[in-house]
Ligand binder design. Sequence first.
Ligand code: ZN
Length: 331
Amino acid sequence: MAAYCPRSKPESLMAQAASARIAPIPSMKSITLLCLSLFVFISPAVQSQEKAGQDPMTSILIVVGPSNHAPGTHEVAAGGRLIEYCLENMTNISGVEGDVVYAWSEVPRPHHEYASIVFIGDSFPGEKLPDSDQAMADISTMMKRGCGLVCIHYGVGLQKDDVSQDGDHPLLHWMGGYFATKCVHHQSIAKAYRDAKIDSAVPDHPPSRGWKTFTLFDEPYINNYFGPDNNQLLPGAFALATSLLPPENPRKEIVAWGIQRRDTGRGAGITLPHFYKNWQIEELRRFILNTILWTAKREVPEDGVQTTLPALETFEPESVEVGQKKKKALR
Ligand SMILES: [Zn+2]
């Protein structure tokens, strides 16, 4: 919702620092300028700092993919706007801004300025956007430099045509797992459960800060896919949250997971929420926002991200309540 403001880069500083590098005997001033130039080079997010003395801004890209679910469910566009609002209005942490886009060509800033990307849509938007080839190529470049990645609910999904026969796909390595839809190698399960109890799997980990076990009526995905070695988690990957599901034959299912990648990037998949109304559940919202901050390499407060949510209508969903899918008009 926030308007995009182009930001100037401190080019004069870079030029001064460059000249400092060729001085035969570095003076204190040149060392200082060199350090400053390295700081600017190492931390692209700092380049968006408007005035000296302000906290560096952390920019999060929020990519909304196509969705065909009934009103009140998924609501990916409203969900994307809600995430942006929360990131920009946290009461105990500042300096985070979000950009919501509905097509890859709309990304308003240079890609290197983003600390993390959040995807929300009906299966992984990188594969479903109209300009998906360009999106996948650019996302790959962003991941290689250590950019974070978080997928929300069906955003964690890949379909048979997206993956190779053995189930390999870049998303598996960027995020540590995915929901396999109608795939040959694996079939994950999506079903709504009235009393799904969500437990943190890593209580001391930043995404787990400030929330305890909660129970909700939702669709946490189970039997997610984590890799070719008998579905064991890849090196660096770990469970973030589990649930004992399904009720008739319960086993500890990983319903959210994360990965610390070798490229220094952090990825995470959280398979909730299916129902738009469940964004009102503070524990779930905190878990998701904590996780986004963690992937952006920002410190997560000890009591987790604190937010106050306006009425869900504010974000213009098709419906807050669950409704029927619209039927195509008959001619
Ligand atoms: Zn769903």
